[in-house]
Design a protein around this ligand. Structure first.
Ligand SMILES: CC(C)(COP(=O)(O)OP(=O)(O)OC[C@H]1O[C@@H](n2cnc3c(N)ncnc32)[C@H](O)[C@@H]1OP(=O)(O)O)[C@@H](O)C(=O)NCCC(=O)NCCS
Length: 341
């Protein structure tokens, strides 16, 4: 395919910094997937204000979130001071192009800052590199069957984006976590429509649900920061009849004050990895009140789920009708092969 064809059918644009390892790795993934991207060497070409405003808006980032803080003059210019306005940051970025974090990638599927994990770029492509494909750190990104491999680090400890910049641990849930899990779920039940329960279950009920899920050997995990549980996720039966036994439904809840910081993404990535390791073939997200719970749909879409149905008027809560969005994601190749048993 010629460059013109590639650009017409599925343009890929990378704002690239050749001195940055992550930027080089993202470019390597794009080219391995067979694209001929438009490479913008922004250190040479510079930025314009309209360009930065459009890029940050499309990526859902503020200028501060897009600021490159290390190996840049950010500290020297006093830009780490949180009172510096986004307008002032953008002016500084235009004067010093290196102040923009990297690499930003744009395709018809959206715009993202593809770091710290170069694999983020896969969410923006419409095909994967042929497998097996290893990331720069040697970990497997695409397996020999051409399937994307999610993080298999059981105790994932990664640095999150602003505002908290905490060190977060994803680990199996324990009975001692249940009081915090109950509080998180209770808040969601009482204040929101993601759950169709009217009354928040107490600790005893949440404990018996936890025991049933873990007792059936489904994964149940938490995100913990400095001893506090910030969110949890588990997989469980979608339906109990035997033909459904390769399918799981996910449930995921992040405490209200910790939402929007990437914790749901980390938890769901780990839940997918654990569910694949257990041999399941499909995961389904049953998203209540889809018109309102946009974060859940975005989270699942970003993790490779696709819409597989909508149920109009599926629920009635807070005096109005709610619709349910169903999204599914294949695990272990989905229905491409027969199960072993
Ligand atoms: C849905 C939920 C689990 C997402 O977890 P989170 O940690 O807040 O999400 P993340 O920060 O990892 O962001 C995931 C995606 O959602 C988007 N998102 C986050 N908060 C959002 C919001 N308030 N509105 C719209 N999108 C939002 C993010 O931009 C990101 O999408 P992107 O990758 O395309 O940029 C969490 O918000 C939550 O617990 N909500 C209430 C309960 C719920 O809806 N549970 C799901 C039941 S199916």
């Amino acid at each position: 395919m010629s460059l013109a064809d590639a650009v017409t059918h599925f343009p890929v644009v990378i704002h690239h910094n050749p001195d940055c390892g992550t930027s080089r790795n993202v470019l390597a993934i794009i080219t391995a997937a067979g694209y001929t991207p438009v490479v913008i060497d922004y250190l040479r070409e510079g930025w314009t204000r309209p360009q930065l405003l459009a890029l940050f808006a499309a990526a859902g980032l503020t200028a501060r979130e897009a600021l490159r803080e290390t190996k840049s003059p950010a500290a020297e210019l006093g830009l780490l001071d949180p009172t510096v306005s986004d307008n002032a940051l953008i002016a500084a970025m235009i004067a010093h192009p290196i102040l923009v974090n990297r690499p930003f990638v744009a395709t018809p599927k959206g715009v993202k800052l593809c770091r710290p994990d170069s694999a983020t770029v896969l969410d923006l492509l419409d095909r994967l590199p042929p497998g097996p494909f290893h990331k720069e750190d040697g970990s497997l990104l695409i397996d020999a069957d051409g399937k994307r491999v999610w993080s298999h680090t059981p105790l994932a400890t990664r640095r999150l984006r602003a505002p908290h910049r905490v060190m977060l641990t994803i680990r199996p849930a324990r009975a001692a976590d249940l009081a915090e899990i109950t509080a998180i779920y209770s808040h969601a039940v009482v204040n929101g429509t993601a759950s169709y329960e009217y009354d928040a279950p107490g600790l005893a009920e949440m404990t018996s649900r936890f025991e049933a899920i873990v007792g059936a050997r489904f994964p149940y995990i938490v995100a913990q920061d400095e001893g506090r549980v910030l969110g949890y996720a588990y997989a469980s039966h979608f339906r109990t009849r035997p033909a459904y036994r390769f399918m799981v439904e996910d449930s995921i809840y992040i405490s209200a004050e910790a939402q929007g910081q990437g914790i749901g993404t980390l938890l769901l990535g780990e839940l997918l990895a654990r569910s694949e390791a257990l041999g399941f073939r499909q995961m389904i997200a049953v998203i209540g009140d889809a018109a309102v719970n946009l974060a859940s749909a975005r989270l699942h879409a970003a993790m490779g789920f696709v819409e597989c149905g909508r149920i109009k008027g599926s629920g009635f809560k807070f005096g109005r009708w709610c619709d349910t969005l169903m999204m599914q994601r294949a695990l272990n190749g989905g229905a491409e092969t027969l199960p072993e048993a």
